[in-house]
Design a protein around this ligand. Structure first.
Ligand code: IPD
Ligand code: CA
Ligand code: CA
Length: 283
């Protein structure tokens, strides 16, 4: 770890060890609840689902983090009012905290509810606005993706690197359907229309955090999505950066915790991806 980064522990367990422990425990519990959902609520729109499992997972993570680091701030999706304005405000208000845990307790709730095995737990720790630890756990495949700033990115202990494709034409790119239907969905549909003919293929798996982990692991060449929240992106952002990839907003501006329209890639295809999205936004 370089000198200007904080010590990776406060008198005990390391930040990364706690993040891993939280993700593994919550993920195991989520998996045990698969297929048991009886009560389904919606939040911001009919596309924005929430279950007792989302809330229980967040409680579990919040309690565990609080046990080890009682003075750290905590931002979890289920603790914030639904909708893009509230989630944008939450990160504006808390983004500069000395230590801030940013948690999506189930990323891919729709998949979880339908038993489609592509969902994750996403946990990031930011230090004064900069993500220093990122963990994404996929309980269906028992895959744990971990990054520490300056120390690389790993899946099950194996070092991860982004893929080598040099052009969009060789690329497998992912995106997602946002819960917000007025601005983000039309923007995304334009992007899909523009990119589908230009890439090798498109994927929409349904978990933004896992899509970012897959970019880091070299399984996807890139990913973009409009109107995500800090908890969808923060952990995956560090995974991508530490695996040698590139991350920005869809206009190519550097990533920070407030970015909602995100583009991630292996680096080689980034400019091409951003340019196609820019042209699509003008149509
Ligand atoms: C959603 C997932 C999905 C993305 C949506 C997100 P949630 O998160 O990441 O892939 O397309 O925009 O809201 O609601 O399942 O935590
Ligand atoms: Ca999410
Ligand atoms: Ca969620």
């Amino acid at each position: 770890m370089s000198d200007n980064l904080p010590n990776n522990a406060i008198g005990g367990k390391s930040f990364t060890a706690v993040a891993i422990n939280c993700a593994a425990k919550a993920g195991e519990w989520i998996q045990s609840k698969l297929g048991t959902i009886t009560q389904l609520d919606t939040k911001y729109s009919m596309h924005d689902l929430v279950t007792e499992v989302d809330k229980g997972s967040e409680r579990m993570i919040r309690n565990l983090v609080g046990t080890h680091f009682p003075h750290h701030a905590f931002l979890g999706e289920e603790g914030v009012e639904p909708g893009p304005e509230a989630s944008a405000k939450a990160i504006r208000d808390m983004g500069d905290e000395e230590y801030l845990w940013i948690v999506d307790p189930v990323d891919g709730t729709t998949n979880f509810v339908h038993g489609f095995p592509f969902f994750s737990v996403s946990i990031a720790l930011a230090h004064r606005g900069q993500v220093i630890v990122g963990v994404v756990y996929d309980p269906s495949r028992d895959e744990l993706f971990v990054a520490e700033r300056g120390k690389g990115a790993y899946v099950h202990g194996r070092s991860m690197r982004v893929s080598q494709e040099l052009t969009l034409g060789q690329s497998l790119i992912a995106t997602g359907f946002p819960a917000e239907q007025h601005v983000a969905l039309p923007a995304n549909l334009k992007g899909i229309q523009a990119l589908a003919p230009k890439v090798r293929n498109l994927r929409m798996g349904g978990s933004a955090a896992l899509h970012l982990a897959y970019v880091a692991a070299g399984r996807l060449s890139g990913f973009w999505e409009y109107n995500l929240s800090a908890w969808d992106i923060a952990a995956g952002a560090l995974l991508v950066e530490e695996a040698g990839g590139r991350l920005s907003d869809v206009a190519g501006e550097p990533y920070h915790l407030g970015v909602r329209n995100v583009a991630a890639s292996n680096g080689h295809v980034h400019d091409e991806l951003v340019e196609e999205l820019r042209k699509a936004s003008l149509t």
